[in-house]
Design a protein around this ligand. Structure first.
Ligand code: FAD
Ligand code: 8R5
Length: 452
């Protein structure tokens, strides 16, 4: 077997992109995927599910030459459309202009685009192959076809684990050596509902926004699909009141929505059926202390660092992992060193985005409605304009820039402290000492390099 051969487990979002990047760089690549080929049987994921694609993910797609095909079918989201309890709507822009936006893309279409790109680049894709066991000493992996029960074996030089949050490779690695694994459940779950097109075939609400209904301890969001529907997600505690324990039936959901999400009720005609048919999704953060097993296996994407969804960065981070891993493998002859360097670079950044994703839940569900938050936001905007090279809002550092997540997290803490200090006890921005602020910005924040 050649030294330039690699085996990827999972042909989801990270697996498809990683296979493309490696095959394009001349690696011999085999990919094993549990499910069938979505291009043959229609996408097995079922309902139309969309994801928010931001600069980090887009940049990785550019590296694979797949950005054009993806953006062709994407819907631009300029900001948060906040739906108050009184039915009032307000658009809060994410960026400075339409160059700073996020994109709603269909998971099914994105997956297919990446599989096509991987095959075009020369990767060999094997569907209906669920990783079942790994013999690390013999460097042999066993797979099962879940529809026929057929078993196959494959000799590998190294396994790259892109098999998602429930990673079978991670389980196999953990049986071999301690990965320091810890899963932290959020205590909230989610349920997906659908807003169909309007009778005239158009969108029922503003298409170019990410809609949020913040309600304190819970919320709904809605992302547009290019077929003029919206996928609505209700995020709710798993216990307490209200929670998925108190809201069980479609009728419960209807009553709850009529009280708390009044303006959304006429938009979701199948609310009761959607609620009863769709499963409750679980949310947790997965922390590992180690992502690799010498030169034989490494984890990336959700398999290494599943996170809560509230920054919309799970896929974006997984795509950034792919570029980093491909770079380390290209740069470093010795595979164990390449895996170690990848882990050293990416693990602290994964920790940072995991923490920021947790924090963003509170901001989305509660803070967007609060007075002191809006004042801090107003000052943040002003400082970003006065000091564009030094003061970049944290959301923008995460979403529109590519500086390491850990750097965005650290600078965000410095900026937050300054905003809190400057606005404490105030009802407006009048009277804040701008000269002092400017000096503090210069003292506490070094200039960032220009560009994304
Ligand atoms: P996955 O995309 O889950 O791929 C794993 C693949 O491995 C799958 O194809 C699976 O079938 C396969 N597999 C699993 N087990 C085995 C096995 N034993 N053998 C072989 N193959 C196997 N992120 C964002 O950035 N923005 C968003 O807006 C966003 N929205 C989301 C909405 C929803 C509803 C969900 C659930 C997630 C969302 N995410 C979002 C997160 C994002 O989907 C994940 O972070 C991303 O898919 C991770 O990619 P991955 O390749 O690591 O895992
Ligand atoms: N993932 C997202 C954001 C940030 C929006 C903001 C938030 C649904 C299961 Cl909850 C969520 C964001 O701060 O204004 N950008 O992209 C995607 C999100 O949820 C996705 C759709 C989701 C997992 C269910």
């Amino acid at each position: 077997m050649s030294a330039r051969h690699l085996t990827i487990v999972g042909a989801g979002l990270a697996g498809g992109l990683l296979a493309t990047l490696l095959a394009q760089r001349g690696w011999s690549v085999d990919v094993f995927e549990r499910r069938g080929d979505p291009r043959v049987r229609g996408y097995a994921g079922g309902r139309s599910i969309n994801l928010a694609l931001a600069e980090r993910g887009l940049h990785a797609l550019r590296a694979a030459g797949a950005d054009g095909a993806v953006l062709d079918k994407a819907v631009m989201m300029r900001g948060r459309m906040v739906h108050g309890a009184d039915g009032q709507q307000q658009l809060l822009r994410y960026g400075r202009d339409d160059s700073e936006v996020i994109w709603s893309v269909s998971r099914g279409e994105l997956n297919i685009t990446l599989l096509d790109a991987a095959e075009r680049a020369g990767a060999r894709l094997h569907f209906d192959r669920r990783l079942d066991y790994v013999d690390f000493d013999a460097r042999r992996a066993g797979f099962v076809d879940d529809s026929s029960g057929a078993r196959t074996e494959h000799d590998f030089t190294a396994l790259l684990g892109a098999d998602g949050a429930g990673s079978a490779l991670r389980t196999a690695m953990a049986a071999h050596s301690d990965l320091g694994e810890r899963t932290e459940p959020l205590g909230h779950g989610y349920k997906e509902l659908e807003i169909p097109p309007a009778p005239d075939g158009g969108f029922r609400i503003e298409p170019n926004a990410l809609h949020i209904w913040p309600r304190g301890h819970y919320m709904c969001i809605a992302l547009p699909n290019d077929e003029r529907t919206f996928t609505v997600t209700l995020f709710l505690p798993t216990a307490g009141d209200p929670s998925f324990e108190t809201i069980r039936t479609g009728e419960d959901a209807h009553t709850f929505f009529t009280r708390d999400f009044t303006d959304a009720v006429p938009l979701i005609p199948d609310l009761e059926q959607d609620f009863e048919r769709n499963p409750i999704g679980t949310l947790s953060t997965l922390y590992l202390e180690r992502w690799h097993l010498d030169d034989r296996a490494v984890l990336l994407g959700d398999a290494a660092h599943a996170m809560v969804p509230f920054h919309g960065q799970g896929m974006n981070c997984a795509f950034e992992d792919c570029v980093a891993l491909a770079d380390h493998l290209d740069r470093t002859e010795d595979r164990a060193s390449a895996f170690a360097a990848f882990e050293r670079e990416r693990l602290p950044n994964a920790r940072a985005i995991q923490a920021m994703a947790l924090e963003n839940y509170l901001e989305m569900r509660a803070r967007v409605d609060e007075e002191d938050f809006l004042l801090q936001r107003a000052l943040e905007r002003e400082l970003a304009e006065r000091h564009p090279d030094r003061f970049v809002p944290r959301y923008a550092m995460v979403t529109f820039r590519r500086l390491p997540y850990a750097t965005a997290f650290e600078r965000g803490q410095v900026q937050r402290a300054l905003l809190v200090e400057a606005t404490r006890g105030r009802g407006s921005l009048d009277g804040i000492d701008r000269a002092w602020l400017d000096a503090e910005v210069a003292r506490r924040l070094t200039p960032l390099p220009a560009g994304p």
